[in-house]
Design a protein around this ligand. Structure first.
Ligand SMILES: NC(=O)c1ccc[n+]([C@@H]2O[C@H](COP(=O)([O-])OP(=O)(O)OC[C@H]3O[C@@H](n4cnc5c(N)ncnc54)[C@H](O)[C@@H]3O)[C@@H](O)[C@H]2O)c1
Length: 332
């Protein structure tokens, strides 16, 4: 992508996922420039700045907000910080790409959306898996598959324990797989069936003691026009299993690992090389290009805040359903 002026960006949070975000910026100099990196651990921020050639390393967003070259913040922070950090950056007059899930709850997501509207800036959510080219293939060919009836979506994988310390602290009320995996999978369902399901029912379980919240969940979504979807989320599944099956009247479209598409069991879209890993460069590269396009007012496939807010409402409803053991009706 070649923009007239690449988007000057600060990446905040130099932990696990930050390499993918920084790599996406560095590999697309026509789309963005890495101006600064920020981490509360200043040594880590400095080491990251040196590794990737960022001009500045800071320990707080406040310091980065003083740099006029920074037009956008790319927030790779733990989930509970997404709300406050996003609002701080938007109030500072900057665009924001915030990692998924948008927030820890619907109310926070609404407040973030209000801040974006008030600032007149882009707020995009890092729904990286929607940027796989197989997902785009399905989106672009929807009308050729027939009449869609239902979706069966699964995102089931294995972690031997918390991958960041804050995973272990998440409570049942905050949710684990509902929030960390569900944000990806429900994003896909909502892209296809629309953002506004009528009813949500969910069951959850915790199979292992290394965390406090659910590591296994099944969600049933009822949409207008008699459409339905199931979403299965797990941190207990070996081998890795990520499938979205779209059941049309006369065909079955299956997306495997967000990189392969089969129609009636025949491969119609094959993965790009190296795209079988969980975190692929392609997803994050496409994601940043779409975000940069959004910042410049160009057409884009970003998950923008109105979609993100609806997604948070569905995640909250799934959590509520599983905790209260009842179906949640949604009035939009
Ligand atoms: N899209 C994906 O596929 C994907 C994959 C992994 C993680 N994520 C998301 O990315 C986010 C970050 O996850 P992670 O695994 O990289 O977490 P992490 O814990 O490895 O990294 C977070 C970093 O933020 C820093 N930090 C914490 N508080 C800070 C503050 N107040 N100011 C500045 N820096 C601060 C920490 O020092 C740490 O380096 C999460 O929201 C997670 O859900 C998304």
């Amino acid at each position: 992508m070649e923009l007239d002026v690449p988007v000057g960006t600060a990446v905040v949070g130099c932990g696990r996922v930050s390499d993918a975000h920084i790599g996406a910026i560095k590999s697309q100099p026509g789309a963005g420039t890495l101006v600064a990196v920020v981490d509360q651990n200043l040594d880590l921020a400095r080491a990251t700045a040196e590794k990737y050639g960022a001009k500045h390393a800071f320990s707080s967003i406040e310091e980065a907000l003083r740099v006029p070259e920074i037009e956008a913040f790319d927030l790779c922070l733990p989930n509970h910080l997404h709300g406050t950090a996003t609002i701080q950056c938007l109030n500072g007059g900057r665009h924001v790409l915030v990692e998924k899930p948008m927030a820890d709850d619907y109310e926070t997501a609404v407040a973030m959306g209000r801040a974006a509207d008030a600032a007149g800036k882009i707020l995009a959510i890092g729904q990286s898996r929607r940027h796989g080219s197989a997902i785009r293939y399905v989106q672009d060919n929807m009308s050729s598959f027939g009449e869609l009836r239902a979706i069966q979506a699964s995102f089931c994988m294995y972690w031997d324990g918390p991958q960041a310390p804050w995973w272990a602290e998440r409570t049942r009320e905050e949710g684990l797989v509902f929030s960390l995996l569900g944000s990806h999978t429900i994003d896909f369902v909502q892209m296809v069936l629309g953002p506004h399901p009528l009813r949500v029912h969910a069951e959850a379980a915790r199979l292992r003691d290394c965390w406090k919240a659910e590591d296994e969940a099944l969600i049933l979504l009822r949409y207008p026009n008699n459409k339905m979807a199931t979403v299965h989320l797990s941190y207990n599944q070996q081998p890795f299993f990520e499938r979205y099956c779209l059941l049309f009247d006369k065909s079955i479209v299956e997306v495997r690992d967000v990189n392969t598409v089969l129609v009636n069991d025949e491969v119609v879209f094959a993965p790009v090389e190296g795209a079988t890993l969980l975190v692929t460069n392609e997803l994050f590269t496409n994601q940043f290009a779409e975000f940069a396009a959004a910042c410049r007012g160009l057409p884009n496939r970003s998950a923008l805040h109105p979609h993100g807010i609806a997604l948070m409402r569905v995640i909250d409803a799934a959590l509520e359903s599983s905790l209260k053991n009842q179906t949640v009706n949604l009035n939009w």
